[in-house]
Design a protein around this ligand. Sequence first.
Ligand code: FES
Length: 103
Amino acid sequence: MAKKPTVVRVCQDCSCMENGAEAVLKKIEDETGLALGEKNKNFDLDYSACLGGCDFGPNMLVNSNFVMGATPDNVMDKIEKAAETKPLTQKEKEANLDKLLED
Ligand code: FES
């Protein structure tokens, strides 16, 4: 069975754009050879509306995993790590957010 492409959705809403989402997207496009809305055998790249984590952006969804704090320097590592990670349950996501807000 063929491996499914890694689904990457980069938030293109206001807060993430103000915090560098455009540069993050450019890095992904350069690394994958894709433009927004395109896919190949390895990646499926598109935009996302606000993911609800505006204070921690630029943010992405990678195979349903919420990824925060992307930069051009770390984004490909974050995508690789998230692609290898089983998506969290809703309860796990809420626990992580609670912990993040405590710090
Ligand atoms: S603007 Fe990107 S998560 Fe809200």
